[in-house]
Design a protein around this ligand. Structure first.
Ligand code: ADP
Ligand code: SF4
Length: 718
């Protein structure tokens, strides 16, 4: 339920309705198209996820890109499809889920820049004859489209518009962005080398976009709005689209569009992580374009601050606040602002875990919002959770959580919301666990939001008590008298190099050399990084980082130490530094930043052994030895769950019943080390499925309900 009278009047402008062609958007919150890894494969999940955002107050809820024809399909990525009439029914289901909550449903039709067409096996075609776009650099080339290909494409787009209207969409996109859409490649001087009337001058390069827009408008005939998603730069090319050309395109085609949705010229430039961009970072590109147009403008920038959103609208940069990630992290963002509850916003941290899901062709997940992707299959609502059950005659459930990291905080928040009596003890003076320390690394300040959001919510729950600065041992836990103990004690970085590459590490336990060995825990334990190795900043020998973790931490540690004045060399067994971060679209940016910071990088190096002066590596593929003299070795490899307490409690299990203790559970990194998203999810899953154990039953390790399967999209007889 919304209660407009409660909102901060400074934000009133965010709630003014605005027309998009023939349709009226109820406010200025616009969920722009975003991929989700569900697409045509999981339409029920997709509909529930989109519907949740409509319920949360977004005025426009868009699909992901929807392929209009199998000759430009992006498998193994999972996007939408509107290939033939058979796809209309699932789109109608998505539309219904969105419209029933009063939002406009938008569809982003796409004919992709040429891909291999792994699924359809059709011959790819593009603006020019060239190898297709492919993560695997597949040896497949597209043919240059001839006049009949262009005629086919126009016909397919028109058919798709008709089908989209049949499905009931309010807004039907023409897409020329992100270097994903063929229409951008026609515009782009870097891609378009044609000598016919579709190449050469800007007028020629925009001919196809103009034709498709005219045909889309003629097809919808005033019954739907037609937004255009347009790339504003092409920094990835030396000779990409220039600003004056973009301005000319907008001026020329303004009469044919009903809204401009501005984006960057590549996905990685658009969905930059917090490490490489601030909230509202696209303002520099968008500012000034509205004056060229009579139509509303939407733009993105990981907006979570209503003040900043208001400023962008009042200052004439935008008309609609576009969001993909902020709507994933908090589908109820608009309603919360409208209800004057900005403090309850679950702010996106800009980590791109969501992007990684789509990149791996699985339903997207979100670090901040563990219910994302679970709306249909588990029936999870981001704001609601079922009250806890009390077993008649059983003693009162009294839950004690040990550890105030992401897992412990999420479990405390959700169990508290379910009405249970919860106490959370944390050894440190401040709550937050790993996010508290990791958020001190360069560019990762927003990670602290994981803790801040949960602490803010817990504060409102009188049945949840926090005990910071409380180091708990088994005796203290038993004396506390809890019925259920949840160990969210986290994990420690291993000191011996054990991890992916070395099953039992490469640092012997009984070594006699004096080379200091550090882990990220040691580095982050120091508030002032200059104190980590006093004196080493004047030493010509570097701190050597061995990164067998491959996510962001190794690179972030390198940057952190470099900024503190140490020399730093980073080695990794992977072929690229921060290999996994290709999935968050930030690997090239990380590498560039490290090079600029003066970090020496060696890839494809396998650690062999170390002595007092150096660490010795085998270089692959040749097998030559590389010896790196260093001041200290920082190992970022495997982690080990902290189960000390778990072992102690198990050893005293015969005394549990005397203390009223029924079950001890492990969650988060204490259960299995992972990323922050995994810990939050683990705490959430536990809280959702927790049921008090019968009086004398013990359930020591398994999370309750781990036998429960979730719903799956079912095969139906054709
Ligand atoms: P996760 O990611 O699983 O939430 P973290 O490592 O972020 O794990 O957090 C674990 C937290 O548990 C840390 O803040 C740590 O201080 C706390 N902790 C570990 N052992 C104890 C203990 N014996 N008593 C109280 N707190 C503990
Ligand atoms: Fe934001 Fe990270 Fe969630 Fe994506 S996964 S929406 S970047 S918090």
């Amino acid at each position: 339920m919304t209660s407009p009278q409660k909102r901060d009047t400074r934000h009133d402008i965010l709630f003014e309705p605005l027309a998009i062609g023939p349709k009226i958007a109820r406010n200025r919150f616009y969920q722009v198209p975003h991929c989700n890894g569900m697409g045509h494969r999981e339409p029920n999940a997709l509909a529930s996820m989109r519907g949740m955002k409509a319920q949360g107050g977004w005025a426009v809820v868009s699909t992901e890109e929807v392929e209009i024809h199998p000759s430009s399909e992006v498998s193994p990525s999972i996007e939408g499809r509107l290939w033939d009439d058979g796809d209309i029914a699932y789109h109608a289901h998505v539309v219904e889920a969105i419209q029933k909550h009063g939002a406009l449903a938008a569809i982003e039709l796409v004919y992709n820049a040429p891909r291999t067409n792994l699924f359809s096996r059709l011959s790819p075609m593009g603006v020019r004859a060239a190898p297709v776009a492919s993560e695997w650099r597949e040896p497949r080339e597209a043919r240059a489209m001839d006049k009949s290909d262009i005629a086919d494409l126009r016909r397919w787009h028109r058919q798709a518009v008709r089908r989209a209207m049949q499905a009931g969409y309010d807004l039907i996109y023409v897409y020329a962005g992100h270097d994903l859409a063929l229409l951008q490649q026609f515009l782009s001087p870097a891609n378009n080398d044609r000598t016919d009337e579709y190449g050469g001058s800007l007028q020629n390069r925009m001919r196809l976009l103009r034709e498709i827009l005219e045909e889309t408008q003629s097809e919808v005939a005033g019954r739907c709005g037609v937004p255009v998603r347009l790339a504003l730069e092409e920094a990835q090319y030396a000779d990409g689209l220039q600003r004056d050309e973009i301005e000319e395109i907008i001026s020329e085609l303004d009469g044919l569009t009903d809204l401009w949705d501005f984006c960057m010229g590549s996905w990685s430039a658009d969905s930059r992580t917090a490490r490489f961009s601030q909230e509202g970072f696209q303002e520099d590109y968008v500012r000034g374009l509205k004056r060229l147009s009579q139509k509303p403008v939407v733009g993105v920038g990981r907006f979570t601050s209503p003040d900043e959103m208001t400023r962008q609208i009042r200052s004439g940069v935008l008309d609609f606040i576009g969001a993909a990630r902020p709507s994933i992290a908090d589908p109820f963002l608009p309603n919360k602002i409208e209800e004057g509850r900005s403090n309850d916003l679950r702010e996106c941290i800009g980590c791109n875990m969501c992007v990684a899901g789509d990149m791996q062709s699985v339903p997207l997940r979100c670090t901040q919002n563990p219910t994302m992707g679970e709306e249909w299959r588990r029936g999870w609502h981001p704001e609601k959770i079922a009250p806890g059950k009390h077993v008649a005659g059983a003693p009162q459930t009294r839950i004690l959580i040990i550890g105030g990291g992401p897992a412990g905080l999420e479990a405390a928040h959700q169990l508290g919301k379910r009405g249970y009596e919860v106490a959370l003890a944390e050894a440190r003076k401040e709550m937050g666990g790993r996010v508290l320390t990791e958020s001190r690394l360069p560019g990762l300040g927003s990670y602290a939001r994981v803790a801040h959001y949960r602490l803010g919510q817990i504060e409102k729950l009188p049945n949840v008590s926090l005990f910071p600065g409380s180091v708990m041992d088994a005796s203290a836990i038993l004396e506390f008298g809890a019925s259920d103990v949840i160990l969210a004690t986290g994990a420690k970085w291993r000191r011996n190099g054990q991890g992916r590459e070395h099953a039992s590490g490469f640092v012997p336990p009984d070594r006699s050399d004096a080379l200091p060995i550090l882990t990220p825990d040691d580095v982050l334990a120091m508030r002032d990084p200059r104190q980590i190795l006093p004196g080493a900043r004047d030493d010509p020998r570097p701190i050597l980082i061995y990164d067998d973790d491959h996510a962001i931490l190794g690179g972030a540690m390198a940057e952190y130490l470099r900024l503190a004045g140490y020399r730093v060399t980073l080695l990794t067994p992977a072929p690229l530094v921060a290999y996994w971060t290709q999935l968050t679209l930030e690997q090239p940016a990380i590498e560039q930043r490290l090079v600029q910071a003066g970090v020496t990088i060696h890839t494809r190096c396998q650690a062999l052994h170390l002595d007092a002066e150096a660490v010795h590596f085998r270089q692959m593929p040749g097998g030559e030895t590389l010896s790196v003299a260093c001041r200290a070795l920082l190992i970022v490899a495997g982690r080990q769950s902290d189960r000390l307490l778990y072992g102690d409690l198990q050893a005293r299990s015969s005394t549990w019943s005397r203390h009223g203790l029924r079950a001890v559970h492990l969650i988060g990194d204490a259960q299995a080390p992972g990323m922050i998203a995994h810990a939050v999810y683990s705490g959430h899953l536990f809280a959702r499925e927790f049921a008090p154990a019968p009086a004398n039953a013990r359930n020591p390790t398994n999370p309750p309900g781990s036998d429960n399967l979730f719903k799956r999209e079912q095969w139906r007889k054709p």
